[in-house]
Design a protein. Structure first.
Length: 279
């Protein structure tokens, strides 16, 4: 958090002015207020890490008609477009909400007029170095459902992207499910999923609490970073070696739990090439 030097109010990272007294923020006065791994990540992680290739903005010029833009959104499966002016200036954003409020709400509806007449003008543009917490705060306070990220190329993230990012921070909220499902799909695609492999996956599904227990133990013993997110890379490079070490020690988990984790580690090590090749 950033502490206002005038009134002492705690402001979110990225704030330029104090939300309480509107004074300019002194950037170097920071005060950590949480020991929660997930909360720390939300406060410290940058928007550069949120959203993938699917967050790349769909760009149009101000003169393109609303009809053309809507057809393009449907064709490209996008919920928003960024309107780009001369010298690549960001002039506005047009979203599904814009369509409902600024087009369909008019009578008669005219979809032939240029998109500049229906877009949200001068939208807030965030930096890729801004924190996840700052983006969430901006969306909540200003009522936006999308955030434009000044990047190369320009990106657009929505509240769903931010929530997905938060979910993947915690193993019990879906991060492991996503990685394991991807791993299973990869070895199936490579025709390398045996009946024994399937049984291991079924056991893991029925005993996910053991996986979470091992994950927590790996953090407590320093074998995993405090704010390390669950992804394919961290699963292979950090989690698997950490769990392998824990199963060998057999002090933080029971013998039966160790057997299941050993099966998982062995399966991952044997089939990891399929997983890595599934981009």
């Amino acid at each position: 958090m950033i502490i206002c030097s005038v009134c002492g109010h705690e402001n979110l990272p990225g704030s330029l002015h104090c939300a309480n007294c509107n004074s300019d923020i002194v950037i170097d006065e920071r005060k950590p207020i949480t020991d929660s791994r997930v909360e720390k990540a939300i406060l410290e992680d940058c928007l550069e890490d949120v959203g993938g290739e699917e967050s790349l903005a769909l760009e149009v010029s101000p003169d393109v008609s609303i009809k053309e833009v809507v057809n393009l959104m449907i064709k490209r499966h996008k919920c928003s477009v960024v309107v780009i002016g001369p010298e690549r200036s960001i002039e506005g954003i047009f979203t599904e909400r814009s369509l409902l409020r600024r087009v369909c709400n008019q009578s008669p509806i005219n979809v032939d007029k240029p998109i500049r007449e229906a877009m949200l003008k001068s939208p807030v543009v965030l930096k890729k170095s801004d924190s996840v917490a700052f983006a969430l705060h901006m969306m909540e306070v200003q009522g936006y459902s999308y955030a434009i990220i000044e990047d190369d190329p320009i990106r657009v993230i929505n509240i769903r992207d931010l929530l997905q990012y938060i979910v993947e921070l915690h193993p019990s909220l879906g991060g492991f499910d996503k990685v394991l499902d991807g791993f299973k799909a990869a070895i199936r695609e490579g025709n390398a999923l045996s009946q024994e492999d399937q049984e291991i996956f079924d056991q893991i599904r029925k005993n996910k609490d053991i996986i979470f227990k091992a994950f927590t133990a790996a953090r407590k013993t320093g074998k995993l970073g405090e704010t390390e997110r669950i992804s394919k890379e961290t699963f292979l490079k950090s989690y698997v070696p950490a769990v392998k070490e824990i199963t060998e020690e057999k002090t933080l988990i029971s013998p039966d739990e160790a057997v299941l984790l050993e099966k998982l580690v062995k399966l991952v090590e044997q089939k990891k090439d399929y997983f890595l090749s599934n981009e």
